[in-house]
Design a protein around this ligand. Structure first.
Ligand code: FAD
Ligand code: NAD
Length: 479
């Protein structure tokens, strides 16, 4: 009996929808099941990323940055603005329009590629079948040769801070505040806490961040994390490390947050509280028990390096499998799996996936950190260059931060690049290309970069690996 579809994909976030488009490009008959329903009660493609993640958060980061600039930094350029007002409802409406334009764009791409979109919840059954429960409760079964599971992730909730209406919220709630909270608490000084904490601080909130760990951003390079903490504190983000939240009580006067640190127990009262303590895979009920899909102890779908699960012809990608929870990581996995299914040789390099934190300054990196190399006993050389010595950064009036290039001591191959500074979300792509091409720091040093650009800082940092940076004084020689 012939199967209805070559491929059925469960989930249309950046992992699932990219997989669907690539499958269709490769001539595979493709269907995608997604259960997302937006605030307007309409089904929408794009998953967390487009609806409540990457895109709306960046829209608000952009708007809030402009508000802060016009209020505080334009004067340095000789531009004075009076009567600056914040129209939060309009800012939010703009963000919503950005989201709906993009989600509709994906719907258009599905149509143009002949992908069938099923609106409802999908559940894996034995023998590559997927049961679809539509939003009205109607059930149907799709029969496929291959299934790709891309259900994504959802916010972790903690017993110490249960969500409450629009007062104690997760990241989605923090994108929807109707007014600027006077005093805002954030539990977790990770990526979401820093980005959304920055949005509301720029718009006028006093922000207190309670972070359980003693170290700040341990995933980033230590030197960069230290500089980031210094900059965020200067901006007024009140980041308290080693602060473990014990309980929260929401009342008429806001939320009383009780937390413990090395000095004892404290209570902090805030108007709104964001809980941003991580995300977990959305795999509950994803597969019927009889299907026999193997999950690990954290609920991630168990996969090999080609994203194959323990079941024949069933793959899993994106936030629901091991690796960083990043949109571009899931999308690349989607492309790889589509190509594997089409019989092509495809693989993915997990070593140079870039990470970016879209604060100001931005933080971006790819490859390994110095602390990881030290722990592994690998010998390496480092070159760094401060934006304070960059002509373009000075012209822009924004010269905080630095670029750091780490190269293998024996081969000179670039092992990691770490940047803190304006626009480094764009700069990091150059490092990723260099690393994908297995470039050495010498290759970067020999490349001609346009002047004046922020990218020149990468060139100078690569030159600095060998003590040849031009626009900084050489290290003092010991007498
Ligand atoms: P998701 O985007 O979560 O999509 C999964 C889809 O599957 C959803 O539509 C869901 O409804 C659907 N689904 C789940 N189960 C089923 C089922 N059983 N049946 C049918 N449908 C189902 N990452 C970045 O790289 N850059 C950023 O700047 C960034 N910013 C972020 C900001 C915020 C506030 C948040 C919360 C996340 C951010 N992320 C960012 C992370 C990024 O959103 C995720 O890594 C990415 O969305 C994961 O993609 P995915 O396709 O695996 O899953
Ligand atoms: P995270 O892991 O980045 O940070 C969570 C923080 O909360 C950690 O520092 C952790 O120590 C702290 N924490 C955990 N429990 C706590 C507690 N009880 N009290 C106080 N602190 C506690 O997670 P996130 O910020 O929620 O983001 C989730 C995921 O979404 C991340 O993995 C990230 O990859 C992705 N994301 C990416 C971007 C981006 O790429 N720019 C933006 C947002 C989210």
């Amino acid at each position: 009996m012939s199967k209805q579809y070559d491929v059925v994909i469960v989930g249309a976030g950046p992992a699932g929808y990219v997989a669907a488009i690539r499958c269709a490009q490769l001539g595979l008959k493709t269907a995608c099941v997604d259960k997302w329903v937006g605030a307007d009660d309409q089904p929408a493609l794009g998953g967390t990323c487009l609806n409540v993640g990457c895109i709306p958060s960046k829209a608000l980061l952009e708007s809030s940055s402009r508000y802060e600039d016009i209020s505080h930094t334009y004067a340095d350029h000789g531009i004075t603005a009076s009567g600056v007002k914040l129209d939060l409802a309009k800012m939010m409406a703009r963000k919503d329009k950005v989201v709906s334009d993009l989600t509709q764009g994906i719907a258009g791409l599905f149509k143009a590629n002949g992908i069938k979109w099923f609106q409802g919840s999908g559940q894996l059954q034995p023998n590559q079948q997927v049961k679809v429960t539509a939003h009205d409760g109607a059930e149907s079964v799709l029969d496929a040769i291959h299934v790709i599971l891309a259900p994504g992730s959802s916010s972790v909730e903690i017993a110490a801070a249960p969500l409450k209406d629009d007062v104690i919220v997760d990241s989605s709630g923090a994108l929807e505040f109707k007014e600027v909270p006077k005093r805002l608490g954030v539990i977790g000084a990770g990526v979401i806490g820093l980005e959304l904490g920055s949005v509301w601080r720029r718009l006028g909130s006093e922000v207190v961040m309670l972070e359980a760990q003693e170290s700040f951003l341990p995933v980033a390079d230590e030197q960069i994390a230290k500089e980031a903490l210094r900059q965020f504190k200067r901006q007024g983000l009140d980041i308290r490390l080693g602060a473990r939240v014990v309980s929260c009580e929401a009342g008429n006067k806001g939320v009383a947050v009780q937390y413990q640190d090395s000095k004892g127990e404290h209570t902090e009262t805030v108007d709104k509280l964001i809980v941003a303590v991580g995300r977990r895979p959305s795999t509950n009920g994803l597969a019927a028990d009889e299907a026999g899909l193997l999950l690990d102890e954290w609920g991630f779908v168990h996969v090999d390096e080609h994203c194959r699960t323990n079941l024949p012809s069933v793959y899993a990608i994106g936030d629901a499998v091991r690796g960083p929870m990043l949109a571009h990581k899931g999308s690349e996995e989607g492309m790889m799996v589509a190509e594997v299914i089409a019989g092509q040789k495809a693989e993915m390099n997990y070593d140079s996936i870039p990470s970016v934190i879209y604060t100001h300054p931005e933080i971006a990196w790819a490859g390994v950190t110095e602390q990881a190399l030290k722990a592994a006993g690998t010998e390496y050389n480092v070159g760094s260059f401060p934006f304070a010595a960059s002509g373009r950064a000075h012209a822009a009036g924004d010269s905080t931060g630095m670029v750091k290039v780490i190269a293998d001591a024996k081969t000179d191959r670039v092992l990691g690049v770490h940047i803190i500074g304006a626009h480094c979300s764009e700069l990091i792509a150059q490092a990723v290309i260099a690393m994908e091409m297995r470039a050495s720091s010498e290759d970067l040093a020999m490349t001609v970069f346009a002047h004046p650009t922020l990218s020149e800082a990468i060139h100078e940092a690569a030159l600095a690996v060998d003590g040849r940076a031009i626009h900084i004084a050489p290290p003092r020689k010991r007498k």
